[in-house]
Design a protein around this ligand. Structure first.
Ligand code: ZN
Length: 348
């Protein structure tokens, strides 16, 4: 039987989020039914709810940092049982015709089905996300949340956590590596914690020093302000890896010059405007790379959750009631949150 879920939805690009009821499918043989306890508020929820990236479908229940408890499993489900702590991230299904499942890079495949603002495999039913009380997801897209992590602060790991873990893991942040995290927000603060736990020497590059104390507390070894021109002369040629989490259109060339020979700068934040042209000299002069990275595969997301469980890493959060979501959106836009809002679904 389908169930009626309660949530909050945007009815159009300019509407405030408001209470909304919709159907969740009855669990199939390979499905897991989840009672959502918490959902993180990601900046991309706002971009999509306001149709700032184009192509948004309404009504839209955002939310892809979902943490909850299993309430039912289909007959063929083997990995989960009722009562398990689980998470759902940015996608709930992917291509089954190409070999994506073998290469564990579902996030880059065209058949990816987003947790919300997408269409189910039937091509008709809209997917709806985690600003709601329940969700039904195929077993292969459900993540196990280690029992030692609190569900509320673990929720942001499902997007913010994996967005930083994946490039740090892929480009081997670790002992002896100089890693810079550019931007000290929801993404950046996770990068500091994870890179530190991986054993790298971590530098935060933030506009000002206003969050310096937090940065050092979370595991940064150094903290520099990018509004100080001296930062760029002092740190020239320093880093093996820079992860750029900034959502504003900044001049990447300044940061490319902070890389060592063979250094790599990875873009994970989507700029909200055109960035100045990238100069070839900065790249060819030291065999540097400029790369991009987007979330992570299911396999890597589980690895990240296990890593965070082992190192006791969660997000720094501010809990909100779902009735306050519109105000929270405004505060996220102003970067006025330390460092992630998480909705307590008990308020619904
Ligand atoms: Zn996100």
């Amino acid at each position: 039987m389908t169930t009626i879920a309660k949530g909050y939805a945007a009815l159009g690009p300019t509407s405030a989020l408001q209470p909304f009821s919709f159907e969740r499918r009855a669990p199939r043989a390979d499905d897991v039914a989840i009672s959502i306890k918490y959902c993180g508020v990601c900046h991309s929820d706002i971009h999509q709810a306001r149709d700032e990236w184009g192509g948004s479908a309404f009504p839209m229940v955002p939310g892809h940092e979902i943490a909850g408890v299993v309430t039912a499993v289909g007959a063929d489900v083997t990995k989960f049982k009722v009562g398990d702590h689980v998470g759902v991230g940015c996608f709930v299904d992917s291509c089954t015709t190409c070999k994506t499942r073998n290469v564990d890079l579902e996030q880059y495949m065209p058949g990816l089905i987003q947790t919300y603002n997408g269409l189910e495999a039937d091509g008709k039913t809209a997917t709806q996300g985690g600003y709601s009380d329940s969700i039904v997801v195929k077993e292969g897209y459900v993540l196990s949340i280690p029992d030692n992590l609190p569900l509320d602060a673990a929720a942001p790991l499902l997007c913010a956590g994996i967005t930083l873990y994946s490039p740090l893991n892929h480009w081997k942040a670790g002992p002896g590596k100089q890693v810079a995290i550019l931007g000290m927000g929801g993404l950046g603060h996770m990068g500091v914690k994870i890179a530190h736990a991986m054993g790298a020497e971590v530098t935060v590059l933030s506009q000002t020093l206003s969050k310096r104390e937090d940065g050092l507390r979370l595991g940064a070894d150094h903290y520099y302000a990018t509004n100080d021109a001296e930062t760029f002369t002092k740190l020239a040629g320093t880093f093996d890896l820079i992860i750029c989490t900034v959502g504003a259109a900044i001049d990447w060339n300044q940061y490319i010059n902070l890389l060592k020979v063979d250094g790599n700068m990875v873009i994970v934040g989507i700029p909200d405007g055109a960035v100045p042209p990238v100069s070839a000299f900065g790249l060819v002069g030291a065999r540097r790379s400029l790369s991009g990275s987007m979330i992570g595969s299911i396999k890597e997301t589980q690895e990240m959750l296990d890593f965070c469980g082992k190192h006791n890493i969660v997000s720094d959060i501010e809990i909100i009631r779902i009735q306050d979501i519109n105000e929270a959106f405004e505060r996220v836009v102003k970067s006025d949150v330390r460092y992630r809002f998480v909705i307590d679904m008990a308020s619904l």
